[in-house]
Design a protein around this ligand. Structure first.
Ligand code: 0L1
Ligand code: MG
Length: 266
């Protein structure tokens, strides 16, 4: 992926304000490329970086990153062919078994993901799955609540990257496990909504192995001149397609070997 940029500093600030408004006041906007058809992935990451800077300046704590669009199911669902990354803050975290408000979201969807917590710095380029596993303190099951700010989830990768990879909320839970004791390629996952199975998959759906997605994320960070510090929380990407949720829905994600994560939407 090239990090070449074409937008002026003024345009980047304008687009960041537009995304920040849509995220914090929960309204849908048209994809950014309608107005800036020549926008590049690098421009998208420049907007995302400015958004991160603004949130941190407002007191949000940056706790880690998410890899997005890392499975064939997700890429097909969203019509894109390259993964993306986004940042995670403390304000996006919700406790396990909690009631998650949908009033401050546009059109939330849930995905089952394996989350990694690191205990060594990871540096790209050329970061490998083996290095990621070596730097992993533990893995845990997680649910990401994505919420694209673009009308009807209609977007392209440039716009999604600027919108921080559609990240909105995340819930970690279950059992923390040392990845050396597991085969992370073959973990089965089932998502239930209101007691019915709505999606299922195996962790190999994420680039063959979820640690591969974390390595990819570290390599994208390197292109942005950044590293993944020890103590980072990283979501490795949806194993199944994303499922829409609304007030009243109960969701439980059951992971083989890792336990389950549940939440309800109000
Ligand atoms: O986590 C993800 O895979 C979401 C990436 C952004 C695309 C979307 O909003 O579905
Ligand atoms: Mg995701």
């Amino acid at each position: 992926m090239s990090m070449e940029t074409t937008l002026t500093r003024e345009d980047i600030v304008r687009l960041t304000e537009r995304i920040e408004g849509a995220q914090t006041r929960a309204y849908a906007i048209p994809k950014l490329t309608n107005e800036y058809p020549n926008m590049t992935h690098g421009d998208g990451y420049a907007v995302q970086t400015e958004l991160r800077r603004r949130f941190i300046a407002q007191g949000h704590r940056h706790v880690g990153w998410k890899a997005g669009l890392t499975s064939k199911a997700k890429m097909q669902q969203m019509g894109v062919n390259v993964p993306s990354i986004g940042f995670l803050t403390d304000r996006m975290a919700r406790p396990e078994n909690s009631a998650i408000s949908t009033g401050d979201l546009v059109h939330p969807r849930v995905e089952c993901e394996v989350a990694f917590v690191t205990n060594k710095t990871l540096i790209g380029p050329n970061c490998t799955k083996e290095e990621v596993l070596e730097a992993t303190d533990y893995v845990l099951p997680a649910v990401e609540i994505i919420d694209s700010r673009f009308s009807g989830f209609k977007f392209d990768l440039e716009s999604v990257i600027a919108d921080n990879g559609s990240s909105a909320r995340y819930v970690g839970g279950g059992r923390a496990r040392d990845p050396k004791d597991l085969d992370l390629r073959t973990l089965g996952v089932v998502m239930e909504k209101n007691g019915e199975m709505v999606a299922m998959g195996a962790s190999a759906a994420v680039l063959g192995h979820p640690a591969e997605a974390v390595a990819m994320l570290v390599n994208i960070l390197a292109e942005m001149g950044e590293t993944l510090p020890a103590g980072s929380f990283v979501m490795s990407g949806g194993i199944t397609e994303a499922i829409a949720v609304q007030p009243g829905d109960n969701v439980i994600a059951r992971f083989q070997e890792l336990g389950s994560v549940s939440m309800r939407f109000v």
